[in-house]
Design a binder for this molecule. Structure first.
Ligand code: ADP
Length: 509
């Protein structure tokens, strides 16, 4: 029993032990599983933490880059503003000195630089400093000397190449740094349309930030603006010089013309005086000749044979023609010299024209010609000397009569539209016309066209000259259009007011 009991107890204890071990094992396995899970969670956590850390670093980096980009942007904006202002300023001037004065310390610092040189070529192709900011004189001389000597720079700049401290080879960079004593720099040509106008240098010492592509762009724009401005100034100077030359030539010619005009006036005056005195001298003996002829024709001295009488009648007719010619000459000379007495009066023109039409109707009928008068209803009064204007119409219509074959039409008309307040009259015919060559000389004294009618019809060549003198004495002018074989139209203007008339020595009423 004891034996049984003790083995039973032992067995029971063993069982309990086994159970306890099994329990502990179970618990241990559970813990291990928990630890495993925890470790997996920890790993996950570590990974997310690393991710977060990476992201935070990225954000800081992006933020820095953004700040830098913003700074760069602000710098460019300031630079562009400065260039815009510079461009506006230089567009107002055509003086190169003023253009160079605008490139000053404050403008340069707005572009982010502390040193600058503008060197341009003079008319002898030698480099001359136009702007110097930050260079002592001796260094400047040295720089110009070197730039003149260095063929590499010269050709590269001529080809439009820009050197900057970030884009050029180490060797070139060192050369420029040494020459200009600036570690950060841009050296660019000032290009003009056909040539290089000079060189622009900007730079900073090594303490300043390095130049960027944006800086290069801005400085290139500045160099272009300077080039354009130099070109404009050169063009302006050329235009100015040639306009001055032209002006002095015009002055010279005007002077010559003025003195020629004075001479012409003097000659014309002498001619008028000469014609006047000769005409006067001729009139007296002519009057006597006419008188004697009339006495002889009338048979007051005795009976004259018919053959002699015929000759005497011819003498009388020729004398009449001569008197008419002399009177015309005297009138032309008087009007030309302003000695003619003109009686200006504001009056309607219609009665005057009707009167002329009546006067010439018999001749019209005789020559089988038709006269048309075409005047607008509301034609204003003209301010004229009636007798003189009558002569204008009679001369023009008389000529039309002479040079228009039978069945033709002569038209006296007035334009309803005024020419600078003056009435434009016209006398048109359907006659033989005038060759173009003769038109220019038509108003000269004694000028007659060489045509068949003129060979048989008598005339003096003074009628149109008188027409010209009278219209011009009224402040008007006369002109003509003509087509050979189709007809001729004379136009002339007459004033409507006293202000328009230029009465020379006239008696105003
Ligand atoms: P004249 O009639 O005495 O010759 P004018 O001075 O009146 O002198 O005219 C000069 C010339 O102009 C005339 O000889 C004539 O050849 C030409 N002429 C003038 N009026 C006309 C016209 N209506 N048609 C053709 N020729 C004309």
């Amino acid at each position: 029993m004891d034996m049984f009991d003790s083995s039973t107890v032992l067995g029971a204890l063993l069982l309990v032990l086994i159970l306890v071990i099994a329990w502990i094992t179970f618990l241990l396995l559970n813990r291990i599983e928990e630890i495993k899970q925890l470790k997996a969670a920890l790993d996950k956590l570590m990974r997310s933490f690393n991710d977060l850390d990476e992201q935070a670093r990225l954000i800081v980096k992006t933020d820095l880059e953004l700040n830098k980009a913003q700074e760069e942007l602000e710098k460019r904006l300031l630079g562009l503003n400065t260039l815009q202002k510079f461009s506006r300023d230089i567009s107002k001037t055509l003086d190169t000195k003023e253009v160079f004065q605008k490139i000053n310390v404050s403008m340069l610092s707005e572009l982010g630089f502390s040193r600058a040189l503008v060197i341009s070529y003079d008319e002898h192709k030698a480099l001359r400093a136009k702007v110097n900011i930050g260079f002592p004189l001796d260094r400047l001389e040295h720089i110009i000397l070197q730039l003149n000597r260095d063929e590499h720079f010269k050709t590269a700049l001529k080809d439009g190449h820009t050197f900057s401290s970030v884009n050029c080879s180490k060797q070139t960079r060192e050369k420029i740094v040494q020459l200009f004593a600036a570690e950060h720099f841009i050296l660019t040509p000032i290009s003009m349309q056909n040539d290089i106008g000079g060189i622009l240098f900007v730079g900073n010492r090594y303490t300043a930030p390095a130049v960027t592509e944006g800086d290069e762009e801005l400085i290139s724009i500045l160099a272009n603006q300077i080039g354009q401005s130099l070109e404009n100034t050169q063009l302006f100077e050329q235009v100015f010089r040639s306009s001055q030359m032209l002006e002095s030539k015009v002055k010279e010619r005007t002077k010559e013309l003025e003195s020629a005009l004075e001479k012409v006036k003097l000659i014309s005056k002498q001619k008028s005086e000469f014609i006047s005195s000769v005409s006067h001298e001729l009139r007296t003996p002519l009057t006597s000749i006419k008188g004697y002829a009339a006495i002889l024709i009338a048979g007051k001295i005795g009976e004259v044979p018919p053959a002699v009488k015929d000759r005497l009648v011819k003498i009388n007719t020729h004398s009449d023609n001569l008197v008419k010619m002399i009177n015309d000459l005297l009138d032309i000379a008087r009007i030309e010299s302003g000695r003619a007495e003109m009686k200006y009066l504001s009056q309607p023109i219609k009665p005057l024209i009707d009167n002329i039409a009546d006067l010439l109707t018999p001749q019209m009928r005789e020559r089988d010609l038709h006269l048309k008068v075409d005047l607008p209803e509301d034609l204003p009064n003209v301010y004229v000397d009636r007798n003189h204007v009558e002569r204008v119409f009679i001369n023009l219509v008389g000529n039309a009569l002479k040079f228009t074959p039978a069945k033709g039409t002569i038209t006296i008309a007035a334009d309803p539209k005024l020419d600078n307040g003056m009435v434009v009259f016209s006398v048109a015919d359907t006659g033989i016309g005038i060759p173009e060559y003769d038109l220019a000389k038509l108003f000269e004294e004694f000028y007659r066209v060489d045509n068949e009618i003129n060979q048989s019809v008598k005339g003096t060549g003074l009628g149109l000259s008188l027409v010209k003198q009278i219209t011009e004495a009224h402040g008007g002018h006369v002109w003509v259009t003509s087509k050979v074989g189709q007809g001729t139209t004379f136009y002339f203007t007459l004033p409507t007011t006293a202000e328009q008339a230029k009465p020379q020595g006239a008696k105003k009423e």
